[in-house]
Design a binder for this molecule. Structure first.
Ligand code: M6R
Length: 598
């Protein structure tokens, strides 16, 4: 949801800013812009991708600057709505990620006092406020300004009269400072920094920092000095490269065996989850809250936790949780978020704590905002995910939920030691199972060729494969723009059957579990309406092959773990369909990787 970067040091800023910005393009790609200070303030911006900006960039000198890649919220994508914004004097430049909720009233006041606006954005109000508050000290002007803003923000501001500093501020939107040798950086997210440094300071809510070549100073919005430890990131710069793959999405699908392994290392057989003892507390129910793909992981988690712990589990979309009239707290609240920055999930975490719940976050990003909002954190260890479509982080979230269910089930005595051991063996084998799906992608590619012509596709499954079907449909629609719907297989006959024709493929997940016979019946019902069936089942399932038009196989796994190889198949299917249709796979239209607005 917009990416911002800044650089100050002894090197030329422009190439570093553009390079860093490209690594944040997954946060938004509606427009891009850059400001560099030398003896003058140089500004350039362009609607569209960063490559559009590059076409316009002259070789502007300067050893400090800021840049922005936008995901539009206020004002359509255009040159004039692109960041950075300058004040009336043209001496202050500012980039922003977030939403200024009181921008209308602020703008009215500023205009009545003679400020000239050039855009329709909420952000432009901020640069004019900094201008009004500037009395020769940029830090003081920014600190004064942020006190008047409502909403969410990560800001980076430069002033031509103070070419030795970038002033940044954060409230609700992420910001990380990267520490180098005689140079320092700032960015919305780690991938922009990893090429230059792994030593970082995570700015926290309601903090301002002054970044110079040779040091960084932090204080609160109220002006209190802040001391913060330097963290060392263990992601490597290669993790954020395509590494020979055509797309990040494909690379990340192929990284799943490793991501699963990493998420298991050191956690079994003792099931040491290091979550502050939450797995050993006695709860009478669990609520899981998340958005998008993480919500689907949560839905799989419902079936898993109910089966392994016997506890009732409710799953809610984070954007709905806070409006629920049922304000009775749920003793254990699990918040799932890859980025740890989704605004809806962060708000849900705060609300859950306000209601008195114990809170556990499952996230992929160490130091992300959600880690500061909850009692305990269970990290997935998938490494950075750049493709907007979540893949390896989904399967790693499932691993985290399996481990949580197993640890709670062990404590509650709802799992026999033999059952626990079977699950542990199954988990250990999963990286190989996923690898085997990846090694056999020929059939998936062929199926994709056939599916690429479809206008609508339905995905059906039962039990753990209902959410797998939802996730398969989400992958297909977000990257190939084919309309896709995931459904509990039993629901087809309650309405959606009306849409089935010979032109609407139905992907049916039919693993040999307790729902298998019912799935075969549903497949029969679909075929009877002439809709082509693509079945996903276990190797050597002849019955399924006979019942369907095309069959894709996954290795024999324990049913509860089977969403992992099945979703790998569906991710690859969506990828190849999108490839055939010539879609922008890593950056689907209208989307952004982390959604930091509500
Ligand atoms: O970072 P989060 O897991 O909180 O993000 C939630 C959703 O925005 C995200 O899962 C989104 O649905 C996926 N990128 C879709 O592939």
């Amino acid at each position: 949801m917009c990416g911002i970067v800044g650089y100050i040091g002894n090197r030329q800023a422009l190439p570093i800013l553009v390079e860093s910005l490209k690594r944040l393009e997954y946060r938004g790609y509606d427009s891009a812009g850059v400001s560099v200070i030398d003896r003058e303030l140089f500004n350039s911006k362009a609607a569209g991708r960063i490559t559009e900006l590059e076409k316009r960039l002259p070789d502007a000198p300067g050893r400090m600057g800021i840049a922005h890649t936008r995901w539009a919220t206020h004002g359509r994508p255009s040159d004039r709505n692109a960041h950075p914004f300058t004040d009336c004097s043209g001496r202050i430049s500012l980039v922003h990620n977030g939403i200024i909720e009181n921008h209308r009233e602020l703008r009215a006041g500023l205009e009545s006092r003679g400020h000239r606006f050039t855009s329709e954005t909420d952000t432009e109000t901020v640069v004019h406020l900094v201008e009004e508050n500037y009395k020769g000290d940029l830090r003081a002007a920014v600190s004064e300004t942020v006190r008047h803003l409502r909403g969410s923000l990560a800001l980076a501001v430069v002033h031509l009269s103070e070419p030795d500093r970038i002033v940044v501020a954060r409230d609700e939107s992420p910001l990380v400072i990267g520490l180098g040798q005689d140079e320092n950086f700032v960015a919305s997210d780690l991938p922009a920094l990893l090429k230059y440094t792994r030593r970082v300071i995570y700015l926290q809510n309601r903090e301002v920092a002054v970044i110079r070549r040779d040091g960084v100073g932090l204080e609160s919005f109220e002006g209190e000095p802040v001391e913060r430890d330097i963290a060392t990131v263990d992601w490597s710069p290669e993790d954020t490269e395509k590494g020979g793959y055509q797309h990040f999405m494909l690379k990340e699908i192929y990284e799943q065996p490793r991501a699963i392994l990493e998420s298991l290392i050191g956690r079994i057989p003792g099931l040491e989850l290091d979550i502050g003892g939450i797995d050993k507390e006695d709860f009478d129910s669990v609520k899981i809250v998340a958005c998008g793909t993480s919500f689907h992981a949560g839905l799989v988690g419902k079936y898993v936790l109910e089966q392994l712990t016997g506890l009732p589990v409710i799953v809610e979309a984070a954007s709905e949780y806070r409006y629920s009239a049922n304000t009775r707290y749920s003793p254990l609240m699990v918040l799932v978020s890859q980025s740890g920055e989704s605004a809806d999930t962060l708000q849900a975490a705060r609300e859950a704590r306000r209601r008195g719940s114990r809170t556990l976050a499952i996230t992929n990003v160490v130091g992300s905002s959600i880690t500061r909002e909850v009692d305990s954190v269970l990290y997935t260890r998938a490494g950075p995910e750049i493709g907007v479509a979540a893949t390896k982080t989904f399967t790693s979230q499932l691993i985290a939920l399996y481990l949580l269910g197993m640890a709670m089930g062990k404590h509650r005595g709802t799992l026999l030691p033999s059952q626990l051991q079977e699950l542990i063996d199954g988990l250990r084998k999963l990286p190989r199972d996923v690898q085997s799906v990846l090694d056999n992608r020929g059939a998936i590619k062929l199926t994709a060729e056939w599916m690429a012509q479809a206008r609508d596709v339905f995905f059906i499954g039962r039990n753990v494969h209902y959410p797998t079907a939802l996730e398969g449909a989400l992958k297909l629609k977000e990257i190939s723009y084919i309309h896709a719907e995931g459904l509990p297989a039993g629901e087809l006959k309650h309405g959606p059957n009306a849409l089935l024709t010979a032109e609407t493929p139905v992907v049916a997940i039919a693993i040999r579990d307790h729902t298998y016979d019912k799935m075969l019946s549903n497949i029969g019902e679909v075929s009877a309406r002439s809709a082509p069936v693509i079945a996903i089942g276990l190797e050597n399932d002849r019955e399924l092959k006979k019942a369907s038009d095309l069959t894709l196989y996954v290795p024999e796994v324990r049913p509860v773990l089977s969403p992992v190889p099945v979703i790998t198949t569906l991710q690859l299917l969506a990828y190849h369909v999108a490839l055939i249709r010539g879609c922008e796979i890593d950056k689907p239209r209208n989307l952004a990787k982390s959604v930091t607005v509500e």
